[in-house]
Design a binder for this molecule. Structure first.
Ligand SMILES: C[S@@+](CC[C@H](N)C(=O)[O-])C[C@H]1O[C@@H](n2cnc3c(N)ncnc32)[C@H](O)[C@@H]1O
Ligand code: SF4
Length: 363
């Protein structure tokens, strides 16, 4: 398995909860940026980059860039015959014409940033689309014949009642998606949202909304395969699974993160700098870290416990596991989070860190 992540650092408007490396004033760099991305990819291929089993074009807003630019980048990456190729799209910019260009370049999965279908919640999140854009986008994906898609939703925005969230859930269930990623709104440092405590989400409210989400999606026939991700069998996101299973992936574009066998690196943050460095023949890496085997093993536990796979019995000391009673359960030769555990995943993670550290150190 080998992944490729391509970052598109452009958005038309900045959502005030978002901490991703994206810019609203650099669109003039688009052509130079994708030239640099293709050059960077060509160099990696020359240096022996393996054939990709998944490509994820994320952002930012990939769908606001001319479809031909993205198609050119995607077509330049050697992929296996079964590769999953995803492009993140905002419902505002999706057209059938654009999706046909994507499809013809090998894209077989769209991830759509829906967030909510309730107008005042979308307004609170600073989003510009409405539910009709979402419906039109899903129709276009189906009509063009892109075989699978994801809907991203966020719960816990300021002013969102449980009833509002139930409306969003009913609307997305109506669209019969094969995959849903539902995230609790997270307060990211350095964002305008972080500076306004009156809009910060409430833990109990988010827990109620998580349970409602799980109920609605399981009733639709989707399975929870990672805390925040539900899919029909066979529609799990292979690229995200590769991240969670600590696989290797290349990173192209500004601020993109890569990983190979315990070494992680990330590219320079701005598109301007990225273009300059690639043009100068330099590797546009900003920094890197190499994880010790102990830290990798610990991360493996923390990632696995969030997944349907669960963690092997011998990963933790017995005493610590008993303390987590009610939050994790044993089935066969593995431990899994209970639904209560999924609601308290951060707490479980902290406790697992302690339990796992002891177990990993005693190996
Ligand atoms: C990087 S965004 C790119 C997709 C696209 N630009 C959009 O916003 O629709 C990927 C997803 O991350 C999620 N996201 C971004 N910031 C978040 C936050 N602070 N809390 C929870 N989810 C967030 C949103 O669901 C979003 O769809
Ligand atoms: S949430 Fe999406 S559209 Fe909004 S600023 Fe972040 S990347 Fe751009």
């Amino acid at each position: 398995m080998h992944g490729v992540y391509v970052h598109v650092p452009f958005c038309s408007k900045r959502c005030d909860y978002c901490a991703f490396a994206t810019f609203t004033d650099r669109h003039h760099l688009t052509t130079a940026y994708f030239d640099a991305v293709r050059t960077h990819i060509a160099r990696a291929i020359d240096s022996g980059m393996p054939t990709a089993t998944s490509i994820f074009v994320g952002g930012g807003t990939p769908s606001m860039v001319p479809a031909n630019e993205l198609a050119g980048v995607i077509a330049s990456i050697p992929v296996s015959s079964e590769a999953e190729v995803t492009v993140e799209c905002n419902p505002d910019n999706v057209t059938s014409e654009m999706l046909r260009i994507y499809r013809d370049s090998g894209v077989n999965r769209i991830s759509l940033g829906v967030q909510s279908t309730v107008p005042h919640v979308l307004a609170a999140l600073g989003r510009t689309h409405d539910v009709d854009n979402v419906r039109r986008s899903v129709e276009a994906i189906r009509e063009v014949g892109i075989p699978t898609f994801n809907l991203d939703v966020i719960y816990g925005a300021a002013g969102e009642s449980l009833e509002d969230w139930m409306t969003t859930l009913a609307d997305i269930v109506d669209l019969d998606p094969p995959h849903v990623s539902a995230y609790g709104l997270t307060v990211e440092a350095g964002t305008p949202l972080a500076d306004d405590p009156s809009r910060h989400p409430d833990d109990d409210d988010q827990a109620d909304k998580y349970e409602a989400t799980d109920d609605a999606l399981v009733a639709l026939g989707l399975e929870n395969y990672e805390i925040s991700n539900w899919s029909r069998p066979g529609h799990e996101c292979q690229h995200n699974r590769l991240y969670w299973l600590q696989g290797n992936y290349h990173a192209f574009g500004s601020a993109a993160h890569g990983h190979r066998d315990g070494r992680r690196w990330w590219n320079v943050r701005t598109p301007d700098r990225y273009i300059e460095m690639v043009a100068a023949g330099d590797e546009p890496e900003s920094s890197s870290e190499t994880l010790s085997p102990e830290v990798r093993a610990l991360e493996e536990l923390q990632l696995l416990v969030r997944m349907r796979e669960g963690v092997p019995l011998d990963a933790f000391g017995k005493q610590n596991v008993a303390e987590l009673d009610g939050l994790i359960e044993r089935r066969g030769d593995r431990y899994f989070l209970t639904r209560a555990g999924r609601l308290m995943a951060n707490e479980v993670s902290l406790r697992l860190e302690a339990a796992g550290t002891a177990a990993v150190q005693s190996r």
